[in-house]
Design a protein. Structure first.
Ligand SMILES: [Zn+2]
Length: 302
């Protein structure tokens, strides 16, 4: 049977916010069973906002959460790493309103979680098992969940740019697939958008160290990590935004030209369509639990 997991010990990293440009220290801490993932603002006396779809606020090229006066931005890459490594319960403590962008991917958060180690907990893990299709469309953008025995993602993107037209990929997600195929994929932007973003007070911390910048004749960074790094990053974003459901999903997520606004609106819709899914305990799930890339993570029973 699959049980809930948290971190074995606290761990810390530092970086800057992609949009704010502010320095920030991030700590991941263990949390009890059924706690979920909660962001805590150390600079606001420890006020918390849970990482759930009903706290989404401030979508601006990143996913933000708000509760009362508490605000946390750019949560999606860290949430994707936590949910994909099977961390159900954790406190994410920040001393600034934005999660550090690190290198623009989820890989640094994978290292951080692996450094902390994983601890199993006594309570069973519960999954959202999709029973019937759900979908949301906005113009030519679409996102849907279909019944499946596994968590799979199909993503397709299409841009009107000579270097980036269409990319599509389907993956059956496991911990090792996420770590190897998705986590290293970096966020991206078009050079012509960078100045517009900065004029709006966004991307102030952005640089070639933390984002792929697509110019008219090539990427400004030296090299891509994958030829289809762009669609892989969209899968990373979608996994992070779907983490706001509060439980891992057993179903097939299919998205075309989505973004954080569409992903998070769909997460809220899924929470509302309670007859379209059911919560099942780990034993009912046939998804593989083995995690090749996590072999190095010390597992310690509670
Ligand atoms: Zn992203």
């Amino acid at each position: 049977m699959s049980v809930q997991r948290t971190l074995r010990r606290a761990t810390t990293c530092a970086g800057i916010g992609l949009h704010s440009g502010s320095k920030v220290t991030l700590s991941l801490r263990p949390a009890p069973a059924d706690f979920g993932i909660r962001f805590r603002r150390a600079d606001m006396g420890g006020l918390e906002v849970p990482a759930t779809a009903d706290h989404v606020g401030g979508i601006n090229y990143a996913t933000g959460l708000t509760r009362d006066a508490v605000k946390v931005d750019t949560v999606e890459h860290l949430l994707a790493a936590l949910v994909s490594l099977g961390i159900d319960n954790a406190v994410v403590e920040l001393n600034s309103p934005e999660v550090p962008i690190m290198d623009g991917s989820a890989a640094p958060f994978i290292y951080l979680i692996q450094e902390a180690g994983v601890k199993t907990q006594a309570a069973p893990r519960r999954y959202i098992k999709v029973l019937r299709p759900m979908s949301l469309s906005r113009g030519d953008k679409r996102i849907a969940l279909y019944p499946s025995d596994h968590f799979k993602v199909t993503y397709s993107i299409a841009y009107d740019h000579p270097l980036l037209r269409e990319q599509s990929r389907t993956l059956r997600l496991s911990e090792s697939v996420f770590v190897d195929e998705i986590a290293p994929a970096r966020t991206f932007t078009f050079l012509k958008e960078v100045e517009q973003l900065r004029q709006r007070g966004l991307a102030l911390g952005g640089s070639l160290e933390n984002a792929i910048v697509i110019g008219e004749t090539g990427v400004l960074n030296n090299a891509l990590r994958f030829t289809d790094e762009f669609v892989r990053h969209k899968i990373l974003d979608a996994i992070g935004d779907l983490a706001l459901l509060g439980h891992p999903v057993v179903g097939h997520l299919v998205a075309h030209r989505g973004g954080h606004g569409l992903h998070t609106a769909f997460a809220a819709q899924v929470m509302a369509e309670k007859d379209a899914w059911t919560l099942v305990e780990g034993a009912a799930v046939s998804a593989p639990q083995a995690a090749g890339s996590l072999a190095a993570v010390p597992l310690e029973a509670e």
